[in-house]
Design a protein around this ligand. Structure first.
Ligand SMILES: [Zn+2]
Length: 193
């Protein structure tokens, strides 16, 4: 377990921040995962932020990060970031690289290059639990950094791009998140809005 933890590449100090904070700089420590991504051969400009949720189905503690990372490794998948219950953001894959998190599916413009076009963010949450305030705050902090560097036009969830296969991010409060980001130019895309 500790070996897997040691492969996490970025640790952002975002604990104990309020959801209204709008930090544009975050302290980071990088250490790459060795699975779940490919090196992209040209400059990538992702324009989609794709949200997911993950939990550990085999342990008493559903929010056990090493267990979740083991699961990713088993399936050779990864997102760029994962946010734990305390709001710590771990960077697992460099944004310049394509992470395998979206799989088959479709974006609102009918394009199916989901991994190529997106930045993937996992939030640790089970199907029956709710995100912590620290997780929303950290996602907002992350968003405020991402939006400066990348021309994101769409923020959406896995369930929206792959409705026949996926149901995450479970219990994500899209209405609240839309209020937090206050971006009129961004389409927060959900089937029902
Ligand atoms: Zn997902």
């Amino acid at each position: 377990m500790k070996n897997i933890l040691s492969t996490i590449i970025l640790y952002l100090l975002v604990q104990n921040t309020s959801a209204q904070d709008s930090k544009t700089e975050l302290n980071t420590v990088e250490k790459c995962l060795d699975f779940g991504y490919c090196i992209f051969d040209s400059i990538r400009k992702p324009d989609v932020l794709l949200l997911h949720s993950s939990y550990c189905p085999t342990k008493k503690d559903s929010f056990d990060l090493p267990c979740i990372l083991d699961l990713y490794k088993k399936h050779d998948v990864a997102a760029h970031f994962i946010i734990d219950r305390e709001g710590i953001i771990y960077k697992m894959v460099n944004i310049e690289q394509v992470a395998y998190h979206g799989g088959k599916g479709e974006l609102p413009d009918k394009n199916n290059q989901i991994n190529t076009r997106s930045i993937g963010v996992e939030l640790i949450n089970s199907k029956s639990s709710y995100y912590t305030q620290n997780q929303y705050a950290s996602l907002l902090n992350l968003w405020n950094v991402i939006k400066i560097k990348y021309p994101i036009k769409i923020i959406t969830g896995h369930a929206e791009t792959a409705p026949n296969r996926k149901t995450d991010p479970w219990n994500f409060d899209w209405k609240y998140f839309k209020q937090l980001i206050k971006e009129d130019s961004i389409k927060v895309w959900l089937k029902n809005n």
